[in-house]
Design a protein around this ligand. Structure first.
Ligand code: TTP
Ligand code: CA
Length: 383
């Protein structure tokens, strides 16, 4: 039987800012784009729990966050501080915490800048695991002045859902025989992989909780959702076999940029895309990878419809120029009727590399590209 823990830092970027400047503590703090007195562009990266009380959330347009903050201020509540964010600092703090935590586990997996899985299966029981995680939380608080929320369960799926169950500074332990009782009353949204669209689809069919989902048989789920239906059938039962991987590889390196003004100026957009591609390639190298196989671009139009397109090479791509070439090829259709028949202006672009390779991984040398894979998702307006 396995014992797996998931740690997730609380309001990570905002908490790091509060730690750097204690006068911010307890105040509404938003990290993200410049709100420019309500005329800013871009989104909220994260915000402190005090700002969440105003309804502000990650990924919300910064203009909306600004309006919520203004409304709160007019009600006489504390004013909100908007910060651009210091990603180099967040990465440093993250690296220190990860190093601290990795030492304590049989296997360790860095899942994102502020989340990690730990395999604690060599401990005698869940009580010992709970004591170990409590000690880890105290250590992180002592060394970095930061709190995190943790979940312990028989697999990664349950550990992850449990860490989100009580936030901030929570610790939730779900032993094997309590998995179903824990999951059943929860919203289907707690299951990783169920986003707003799948949730709406399922709710329209009367499926709102994990208990509801568990009653749907797998052929029905597969009919509705394709192969992912199988996986979902297992997840509704709290089943997940995926290992905590010791030799963790970050799955992608990417960046995106919201333009000051929506534009269809091809020269401008492609120049930004080239700069972004070079930067992404450099960061990938700095992270210890020598190449990638998949290049992905994202385009968000003025009406917020967002499309992604990618190219996967059969062998590892090793040069920044080869990335730039792919990025140009992927963006080209967005300036004509192929991907942009209505001539919509572009609001945001992104560049990402995936299927990353370390020098020891791959025998491959060059770059024969396969056909573009249309894996983009159109999303409805978000504001
Ligand atoms: P999260 O763990 O999703 O959020 P959080 O740590 O701020 O808050 P919580 O207490 O709910 O866990 O993300 C971790 C960091 O990643 C977050 O501090 C900022 C960054 N981030 C973005 O830049 N954009 C986003 O849309 C999200 C969700 C996070
Ligand atoms: Ca977090």
């Amino acid at each position: 039987m396995r014992i797996i823990a998931h740690l997730d830092m609380d309001a990570f970027y905002a908490a790091v800012e509060e730690q750097r400047d204690p006068s911010l503590r307890g105040r509404p703090v938003v990290i993200g784009a410049d709100p420019k007195d309500g005329k800013g562009r871009g989104v909220v990266a994260t915000c402190s729990y005090a700002a969440r009380k105003y309804g502000i959330r990650s990924a919300m347009p910064i203009t909306r966050a600004w309006r919520l903050a203004e409304a709160a201020r007019r009600r006489g509540e504390p004013a909100t501080l908007f910060l651009r964010g210091d990603h180099a600092l967040y990465r440093q703090v993250s690296a220190r915490i990860m190093a601290l935590v990795a030492l304590q586990a049989d296997a360790f997996e860095e899942a994102s800048i502020d989340e990690a899985y730990l395999d604690l299966s060599s401990l005698p029981d869940f009580e010992a695991a709970e004591a170990s995680i409590r000690a880890m939380k105290a250590l992180i608080r002592e060394r970095e002045g930061l709190t995190c929320s943790a979940g312990i369960g028989p697999n990664k799926l349950i550990a992850k859902i449990a860490s989100d169950f009580r936030k901030p500074d929570g610790l939730t332990v779900i032993t094997h025989d309590h998995v179903q009782a824990f999951l059943d009353p929860l919203s289907i949204r707690v299951i990783p992989g169920i986003g707003p669209k799948t949730a709406a689809f399922l709710r329209a069919r009367g499926i709102a909780t994990v208990a509801d989902l568990r009653l749907v048989d797998s052929t029905q789920l597969v009919e509705w959702l394709g192969k992912w239906g199988h996986d979902l059938h297992a997840r509704a039962r709290g089943i997940s076999e995926s290992p905590v991987s010791n030799d963790w590889e970050r799955k992608s390196v990417g960046e995106q940029e919201t333009f000051e003004q929506d534009t269809l100026d091809r020269t401008f957009v492609l120049e930004r895309a080239r700069v972004m591609a070079s930067h992404v390639f450099e960061r990938m190298r700095a992270d210890g990878f020598h190449g990638f196989r998949t290049a992905t671009i994202t385009v968000r139009f003025e009406n917020f419809v967002t499309l992604s397109r990618s190219l996967t090479a059969r062998s590892v791509v090793l040069t920044p120029d080869a990335l730039i070439e792919r990025v140009e090829q992927l963006f080209a259709p967005f300036f004509d009727e192929r991907e942009n028949p209505r001539g919509r202006r572009i609001r945001l672009i992104g560049v990402r590399v995936e299927k990353l390779a370390r020098a020891s991984d791959a025998p491959a040398i060059t770059s024969s590209a396969s056909a573009p894979r249309a894996d983009g998702e159109s999303s409805p307006p978000t504001s």
